[in-house]
Design a protein around this ligand. Structure first.
Ligand code: MLT
Length: 392
């Protein structure tokens, strides 16, 4: 049987491959210190778990939810945006509930692109942006994110013949995998670029609440005047409340983009489980204060790992947001082989930079979302590994 040929355009899903390598080592009875996927190890707050327990008892929540999300969840998302970013949203037309932000990001190209269209995709980046464009049969133009440009794409470097065919541009700050934060001035430039070229901007802000200093508090692209004409922003409760498994997020911004995304989604899914949506609304209203303790924990972990990498002789700039450390392999080289060797010799699992795109080659990513004892053990192993490498 010949399956959809577009599937052949995709590499194996990055974190599926990472899981496979981990399972192999575990099956040999080895200890694995998993600094791979960004999946918070800490539980959600007790209050949110108790709220979910009580919501799940409500029989009305067990029927089909509204396709666009419950009115209350959309209202809570709008209140969050007003309070956090000063962005005013009409909950009915400018907010759309999602089964996690990944779901909305993945579906967007199907709602936007026609044969022959291009998506502008950062590289390195979360693989979901580019992969779904490939699944639609369309093309990606990869915008390099270079260290010397603070991991911002150079919009002026996109060739005009590509611009003419581009319909969609993905941007993501705080950035996965580099940890970079975009200043509002860049977001203004991006909105102006989108308006001028008729390109929709899909802005992934899933890490908006994972920052270390009030002075670096990441903005929303919707703070930019006129952004709602061309942009849709994706946010997620996964990382702010440690609920990656709950699958709840939302998109906000352009009425027209959201209307088309919803039209597509109605043919694919049936919305977010209402007990989860009700608890999500509760979390957005009542539990955002709990995020501060998590930021402190990630800060401690960030500093511990930064010190270890420095001790190992690596150059590392600690991120001002996200729970990722993005680091150059001394001397560059094959990041897959490097990560494999580290895993086999030490049990420390990290993600090869090339998994995020060809411009990620020569780098690796460390996620701080693992228990402290594993992170501390991993730091010791990493120092030993590099010392052996340097002397060996
Ligand atoms: C990552 O590790 O890049 C993220 O956890 C993936 C995701 O959010 O789906």
């Amino acid at each position: 049987m010949e399956y959809n040929r577009n599937l052949d355009r995709l590499p194996h899903y990055l974190f599926g491959e990472v899981d496979k390598a981990k399972d192999e080592l575990l099956s040999q009875g080895r200890r694995v210190m998993d600094l791979g996927i960004g999946d918070p190890d800490m539980p959600p707050s007790r209050r949110m778990v108790e709220e979910l327990k009580s919501e799940i008892e409500k029989s009305e929540w067990h029927r089909y939810p509204p396709y666009a999300g419950t009115a209350d969840f959309k209202q809570a998302a709008a209140e969050f945006y007003l309070d956090r970013f000063g962005v005013s949203l009409d909950p009915d037309s400018e907010v759309l509930g999602l089964i996690g932000s990944k779901e909305g990001i993945a579906h967007l190209p199907y709602a936007v692109l026609n044969p022959g269209d291009y998506s502008l995709v950062p590289d390195p980046a979360y693989p979901v942006y580019g992969n779904n464009t490939l699944l639609t049969g369309c093309m990606n133009y990869y915008m390099p994110l270079a260290e010397e440009n603070s991991y911002l794409p150079d919009l002026d470097a996109i060739p005009s013949e590509i611009l003419g065919k581009s319909k969609l541009m993905f941007l993501n700050y705080p950035n996965n995998p580099t940890g970079a934060v975009a200043p509002l001035s860049f977001l203004e430039k991006a909105v102006e670029f989108g308006r001028r070229n008729g390109i929709i901007i899909a802005y992934d802000n899933a890490y908006s609440e994972i920052y270390y200093d009030e002075a670096d508090r990441p903005p929303s692209i919707l703070e930019v005047k006129g952004a709602k004409d061309v942009a849709v922003e994706f946010n997620s409760l996964s990382k702010m409340f440690n609920v990656t498994g709950w699958r709840i997020g939302f998109a906000a911004g352009s009425v027209e983009i959201l209307r088309n995304l919803l039209k597509l989604k109605k043919n694919i899914d049936s919305g977010v489980f209402s007990a989860i949506a009700a608890t999500g609304a509760y979390g957005l209203r009542e539990c955002r204060g709990d995020i501060e303790a998590m930021r402190k924990l990630y800060l401690k972990r960030r500093d511990l790992m930064t010190a270890a990498l420095e001790e190992a002789g690596l150059e590392i700039k600690p991120p001002s947001a996200t729970f990722y450390l993005w680091c150059k392999i001394p001397g560059g080289g094959d990041s897959t082989a490097f990560c494999k060797q580290l895993l086999e010799e030490t049990g420390v699992l990290i993600t090869p930079g090339v998994g995020f795109g060809k411009y990620g080659e020569g780098y690796f990513r460390i996620s701080l979302t693992c228990p402290d004892e594993d992170l501390e053990a991993a730091a010791v192993e990493i120092v030993k590994f590099f010392n052996n490498r340097n002397t060996g």
